[in-house]
Design a protein. Structure first.
Length: 257
């Protein structure tokens, strides 16, 4: 687990306007980034919906070699969020590509995200309408690498039930393009079908990794193995079981398939 978690927690706690990731979500993301690094998975990153840049800051800190961070937001000026990103990730200043634009317009005008290559990580946190969720997915899907991840924010949020409906409809409609490997903590995680087993394995082992940094995650396989591709993610108390298998809590990772 990268050592930036404590500093990120401190950084995001000081956000004057909200935004950013919870400590548990940040820890889970860092476990995904660590797995990508260990497997030499490279590629650019992208966020749709920047707010004040506190989530983008964590992405910027993970850039390697010549990787870039693409940012799309119609509402926010870069003068608002760029200083926050660079406060946490000062080395990424030359690797940020920003479009102050509607993602609808970008897709309609066939903007090809110039300067952005294949994507290994995408965070979609823009407009929460059903139409926008599908639009943003279609904007990025052809750029997603074979080992890339798409994360949808605010799933299961009561204020926008249409977002949850859209995400699950995308899972069904585009099942040849993507599989969902995890959902919970307000986020849904998609990858290419060929990478499904890799990211399921990373997710299944993540409670052990996160315990070591003081964050306690439960991975839930609350159904039969043939029912679904994805695990549920939930916060748990320290010293309680790390996994939920069908009908029982367990500390035996072998119970989770």
């Amino acid at each position: 687990m990268p050592s930036s978690l404590p500093s990120y927690i401190d950084f995001s706690t000081n956000s004057p306007a909200g935004g950013g990731l919870s400590a548990l979500n940040a820890a889970f993301w860092l476990s995904l980034f660590s797995a990508q690094k260990q497997s030499n998975i490279i590629g650019d990153m992208l966020e749709i919906g920047i707010w004040h840049g506190y989530t983008a800051a964590l992405l910027g800190a993970q850039l390697r070699n010549n990787e870039n961070l693409g940012l799309i937001d119609i509402c926010m000026d870069k003068e608002v969020f760029i200083p926050n990103i660079l406060k946490f990730s000062p080395d990424c200043a030359d690797n940020i590509k920003f479009w102050k634009s509607s993602s609808f317009d970008m897709r309609r005008q066939q903007v090809l995200l110039d300067g952005i290559g294949d994507l290994r990580f995408v965070h979609i946190d823009g407009e929460h309408s059903y139409e926008a969720i599908e639009n943003d997915f279609l904007l990025v899907i052809n750029k997603l690498s074979n080992n890339g991840i798409i994360v949808f924010d605010d799933i299961f949020l009561n204020n926008c039930p249409q977002l949850t409906e859209a995400v699950f409809d995308l899972r069904r409609k585009y099942r040849s393009e993507v599989s969902m490997f995890a959902v919970g903590l307000n986020k849904a995680y998609f990858c290419r079908p060929r990478s499904l087993q890799f990211y399921r394995d990373v997710t299944r082992k993540s409670p052990i990794i996160l315990d070591a940094v003081g964050q306690h995650l439960r991975v839930c396989a609350g159904g039969w193995s043939t029912e679904t591709t994805y695990y549920g993610l939930a916060q748990r108390d320290k010293d309680t079981p790390k996994w939920l298998a069908m009908n029982h809590l367990t500390d035996e990772i072998s119970d989770i398939i």
